[in-house]
Write a protein that binds this ligand. Structure first.
Ligand code: SF4
Length: 364
């Protein structure tokens, strides 16, 4: 098989025009491409991090409707922002979104700074998002570099550096900066390269046969589309075992806000005991004195049910134990648990695991 050195590096100056031409004919019509409002561009970028366009679209529309300006979002209750975000995962994104909105309103008079470097001074806005806002909203010539860009550039230019390393990140960023220098319109260049990675040069089945970059593409010429980009293996997925105690009293359920620095911060779930290993039944668990008392004097109403949720680096295996608490013990809640009516529970921000549990068990 020929090696990379058998091929000439593609001409950097040709890349942007070819890409722009491809984009003109293949771009999808997406709502955030019709605006130069930095707030809406920022919102779409945060939603689309770790999320596919089809999944993110309804969330974008909902957010724009609920919070049409950054001032509306800044004035919102964090709980409502999290509630609207529910189901998208990576909830720190929603919390940062809200924090940054407040920052823009309180420290920048409600206006996003108009340059890449000033945008970077905002907490919660990193290099990728700053480049996206600066180019899409303000037309600044600064290249976005995300997973799509790494993939496209690694393949076209045959770059074998591990994209998780700092040196590789610098190399890709420098290449992207040189490439965007040849673009007529920097915003189009950035949109185009991301779109190209999303629909043409996809991770597992790039459409090489109909690709306008096929001729200069090193990966195609050397049959290494599946090898590039090089990425070090992910850390192993951590298994966690959550044992939820679902306490009911009439129409009410006991939930608490997760306040510790862990997954699902500021979302609501039930009384929880966590173990590193699976257990068969709550009697195998070490319960606190207060939890033990509540369990002992309440009535278990259903067989335990199980559910799993896979997060980026964790697999949560949950078991739910359901109890009806007698009226005389309703003041004995502990560890931040409070009673919420079914309607109140519906309005609380919750992890998907809890949402799904309630969907199947609440109507019983
Ligand atoms: S030829 Fe294939 S691998 Fe190369 S840029 Fe096009 S789609 Fe990607």
């Amino acid at each position: 098989m020929p090696s990379q050195s058998d091929f000439n590096q593609p001409e950097e100056s040709n890349f942007a025009p070819v890409l722009a031409h491809w984009y003109e004919h293949h771009k999808r019509d997406l709502p955030w491409r019709h605006t130069r409002d930095p707030y809406r561009i920022w919102l779409s970028e945060i939603i689309l991090q770790q999320t596919r366009v089809a999944q993110g679209m309804p969330y974008y529309k909902r957010f724009v409707e609920a919070y049409p300006t950054v001032a509306h979002m800044a004035a919102a209750d964090e709980r409502d922002v999290l509630r609207l975000w529910q189901g998208l995962g990576y909830y720190s994104r929603a919390r940062n979104l809200h924090q940054t909105a407040k920052l823009v309103v309180n420290e920048h008079a409600g206006l996003f700074p108009g340059t890449y470097h000033k945008l970077l001074t905002l907490k919660g806005i990193g290099t990728y998002t700053a480049a996206a806002i600066a180019s899409f909203a303000f037309g600044e010539r600064v290249a976005v570099v995300d997973g799509n860009v790494y993939r496209v550039l690694a393949r076209v230019f045959g770059i074998e550096d591990d994209i998780t390393t700092t040196s590789a990140k610098k190399r890709f960023a420098a290449l992207a900066s040189r490439l965007i220098a040849h673009a007529d319109d920097p915003a189009t260049f950035n949109q185009a390269i991301m779109e190209f990675g999303a629909i043409q040069c996809t991770p597992t089945s790039p459409d090489c046969l109909l690709c306008p970059l096929q001729q200069p593409c090193v990966a195609y010429q050397t049959g290494r589309q599946q090898v590039l980009p090089v990425k070090a293996k992910k850390a192993a997925v951590r298994e966690r075992f959550f044992h939820y105690f679902v306490f009911r009293n009439g129409n009410r359920l006991a939930l608490r806000e997760r306040t510790n620095r862990d997954i699902w911060q500021n979302l609501y779930d039930f009384a929880l005991v966590e173990t590193d290993e699976p257990k068969t039944g709550f009697r195998q668990l070490e319960l606190s004195e207060k939890l033990q008392k509540l369990v002992l004097y309440s009535t278990q109403t259903a067989a335990p049910t199980e559910a799993t949720q896979l997060l980026s680096h964790q697999r949560i295996r949950a078991t739910f134990y359901e109890f009806v608490v007698p009226d005389r013990l309703t003041d004995d809640l502990f560890d931040g648990l409070s009673w919420f009516s079914v309607d109140q529970v519906a309005a609380l921000p919750k992890p998907l695991l809890i949402v799904n549990y309630l969907k199947t068990h609440l109507e019983k």
